[in-house]
Every structure is written in C-alpha cells, then in structure tokens.
Design a protein around this ligand. Structure first.
Ligand code: 5AD
Ligand code: SF4
Length: 444
C-alpha cells in the first residue's frame, strides 16, 4: 500500500474561506488519497488559507510562515502552500520574501492544488497559479457530504461592487454564478444525507444569475423557491446580500416561502449618506429603510443584522451619530462592526483620514455596546415563546444537554435525547444569556 500523505490546513477569515478549506480537504482526501492531520509536525503538506479583508493580513501571513520555516528546515520534503485572498493579492511577492514557500494558489484555483503538489514533488520548483478561471473549481469538488443537519452551499463567487474600502473584487474576481441545476443537485444530495438547513453562500447572493439546463437565467428569488421545494430542506439562510439588488421579487419570497428564515443579514455599513457615497455603496439610508419596511410587511417578525464599518476616512461625529441612530431605528439584531482598515490598492486607502485611532476605538465600543443591548432585548423577548429548534448536537456547556439553533440564529441548550440530533424540536425558551438561550422541550 502506498504511503498516504498527511495534510494540515490552517484557515483564516470568513465563512467563504472556511467553506473553501473544507472543499480543499474534500478534493485532497477523496480524490487524491491524502489524510487530514491536526498535528502540524506530522504533516507532509502545510496549507495556509488566508484572508485579507481586514487587519494586517500580509504581516500575519509572514509571521505564520516564519513559524513553519523551522519545520521545513528540519524536513526539506515538507511542502508549504499559501492560498486565499492574500495569496491572490501578493502572488510572487510571497515567494520573494519567503523562498521556502512551494505553492501559491488563489480562491479560484484551489482545485488545482493536487496537481500543483505533484509538480513540486517532481520538479522541486515552486508553483504559482492565482488566475480566475470561471468557477471551474466546482467540477473538481467531490460529491458533497455532511454529518451535520446544516450545510453551507456556495452559489456564486466574487464581487463586482467595488466598495472603495474592500479588496474582495481584486482577490476573488468578478461575480460568477454556479449553474442552477448543479446547486439544486448538490442540495438534494445533502438532503438525502439528512441535511435539513442550507446556508446559501456568496459575496452577493442576491446578484445570483445562474444558467438553467435549458439555457435560461435563474435569478435569486427563483433559486430560493426551487431550493425550498427540495424534499427535506426545511430551513434556508443566505449570506451575504447587498441592499442594491435586494429587489421586490426577493422580498416576495418571504410572503410565500416559510422555509426562508425570518432573519436577514443585510449589511448597511454606515448610517450616513455622505459616508455611503464615499464607500461607493449606491443607496441612501432612506432606500435601506424602505427595503426594511417592505420586508416587515412581508414578514412582520423579521429580524435584521448588519455589518458596520466604524471610522471610515473623514467620518465625523455627526456621521457616526447617524449610524447609532440607524441602529436604534432599524433595531438591528446581533451584528458585526469593525474599525476601518486601509487595504492596499483600494481607493479608500488614499482618502484623507483625520480621526484618531483612539476615537475610532471609542466609537466602535459605543456601537458594540448599543448592538449588544438590542440583541439581548431581542433574546429576552423570546422567553416564554415556543421556538422551532434544529438540533445540531451535544451542548458545549453541559454534555448531558443538547444544542440547536432557532430560526433567528440563536443557540439554545436544552435537556433532550441523542435521537433528536438532526431533527426540528419545539422548545420553550426559559432563559436568555448573552450568547445562548436555555429551553425545555415543549412537544416532540
Ligand atoms: N475595513 C474594515 N471592515 C471591512 N470590511 C470589508 N472591508 C473592510 C475594511 N477595509 C467589512 C465590511 C464587510 C465585512 C465582511 O467586512 O463590513 O461587510
Ligand atoms: Fe466587498 Fe462591497 Fe463586494 Fe461586499 S459588496 S464583497 S463589501 S466590494
């Protein structure tokens, strides 16, 4: 029997990167006989799947590679690969600074990794491929498998929106939708394996325009209805959407498709029209609020979450106050907020910025406190209600308890029996903590 090579994968960043890493593992394990190891010292191949959306990503990469360098010095046959958005952006420069790196691949070329590894073994030379072939990678990903009742499914890749602060259009390329039937087939297979909830993934899922087998274009609203019609799929989430294409046909799906959750992540980024313009986010706060109003008409119980960038160049106290006001007005639930981080090569990195980092930190703190308070109020308002909970497994707090998720994405711990894992169970909420709820079985 030939020796099975061991691969160690380290992932940073967003859900998309986590998803990509799981597919890299699938390709290497199922199609190429590798095994995954979580012991970096025992690996034959080390992969770093990087993210460059915020923070000092480049430095972080070289710092990590520096640690791996010693391993390579002790074992010259060790292969080191760097993928993801930093690889896509820095390319050759990584090889120049860290000559011991063997492979550089991008978010759209991870399926070529097995071939690239073989090339390094044969030629003892480094290999680089950070091109943007049109979602060909999905043709190389093995049949999906899931041991969990929930699963991510990528439906589109890339972004054309070019928000002035963001690297994604440069690192992940233009928007490309996967063919509609490929997605439906994948979800049907997952449903057969017991998956009850899917989270449709993409940088701007509402820009989805996928080809059908008869050459027609399937839009996002249509895709949602088709996914909802798959036997076994009872809950649909999606991330992320852009307000600019959150059209009425998508809002209509909320009126007739109960599988679609009453919880939507719709990033607004700022409450100031002036800042939105500088960000190249082509909508106003009034436009955003109109979408929220329509959603509430379609689904009165809908909860909305958002991303916020705090301290964008030239953000004044007045601009910031408008963001805080918007958070109150929309009553946003759990949301993400980040201090603006200048990204090399993006237009906003050249804008004059006169706000001190201290002031930005203070603003971030204010926003986070405000959102946490609102989110806790939402949680408390659930006490006494009966929630449909999809049971995902054993509780992290108490191994005698089970853990699942409500439609509005809250973790619930409750006393139950192992056979309930993978099922929807009606749970009465009896207490609300900061990160989770406590419940008891109402009826089975
Ligand atoms: N600085 C801070 N936050 C950013 N995001 C994207 N780019 C930056 C940046 N340069 C945030 C946005 C986006 C989320 C995924 O990351 O809020 O919605
Ligand atoms: Fe980045 Fe804007 Fe595209 Fe989102 S929509 S990925 S923030 S460019």
């Amino acid at each position: 029997m030939s020796y099975m090579k061991r691969i160690y994968i380290k992932t940073w960043g967003c859900q998309m990167n986590e998803y990509d890493s799981s597919k890299i593992a699938d390709i290497l394990i199922k199609n190429h006989n590798y095994i995954l190891t979580d012991d970096v010292k025992k690996a034959d191949v080390l992969i770093l799947n990087t993210c460059s959306i915020r923070e000092k990503a480049q430095e972080k990469v070289f710092h990590q590679l520096g640690r791996w360098r010693t391993l390579k010095e002790n074992n010259p046959d060790l292969i080191i690969g760097v993928g993801g958005c930093v690889a896509s952006q820095e390319g050759h420069q990584i090889l120049q600074r860290a000559k011991y790196v063997d492979i550089i691949f991008g978010p759209q070329t991870f399926h070529r990794l097995p071939h690239m590894i073989d090339q390094v073994y044969q030629n003892k030379n480094s290999v680089i491929d950070i091109s943007f072939p049109k979602v060909e990678k999905f043709d190389f990903v093995p049949e999906p498998h899931s041991i969990s009742p929930t699963s991510y499914v990528s439906i589109m890749e890339g972004c054309n929106k070019y928000c002035t602060y963001c690297v994604v259009p440069y690192t992940r390329g233009e928007e490309v939708s996967r063919p509609c039937d490929d997605i439906l087939y994948e979800i049907a297979q997952l449903a057969e394996q017991g998956v009850r909830e899917v989270n449709l993934l993409g940088q701007n899922v509402n820009a989805y325009r996928g080809l059908t087998f008869d050459g027609k274009i399937c839009k996002f609203a249509e895709l949602l209805r088709l996914v909802a019609a798959i036997d076994g799929i009872d809950r649909i989430r999606f991330t992320t959407s852009h307000p600019i294409e959150f059209t009425d046909d998508i809002i209509d799906v909320y009126t007739d498709t109960p599988e679609l959750v009453s919880f939507l992540h719709l990033p607004v980024q700022s409450g100031s029209n002036r800042i939105l313009k500088l960000m190249n986010r082509p909508y106003t706060i009034l436009d955003y609020k109109k979408i929220v109003d329509k959603l509430k008409l379609a689904r009165p119980d809908i909860q909305i979450s958002s991303d916020f960038i705090i301290g964008f160049p030239s953000e004044s106290q007045d601009d910031f106050d408008l963001t805080v006001q918007l958070i109150t007005d929309v009553n946003f639930d759990m949301s993400f907020s980040f201090i603006y981080s200048p990204r090399p090569g993006t237009p906003a990195a050249y804008l004059y910025d006169n706000t001190s980092q201290e002031e930005k930190k203070q603003r971030l703190y204010t926003v986070q406190e405000h959102i946490n308070k609102q989110s806790m109020e939402w949680s408390k308002s659930m006490i006494g209600s009966i929630q449909k909970v999809l049971v995902e497994g054993i509780s992290k707090k108490n191994i005698m308890n089970l853990r699942g998720r409500t439609e509005n994405n809250r973790v619930v711990d409750f006393e139950g029996l192992p056979y309930m894992i993978g099922q929807f169970i009606d749970i009465k909420i009896i207490n609300a903590h900061f990160n989770s709820l406590q419940g008891m079985i109402e009826k089975i």
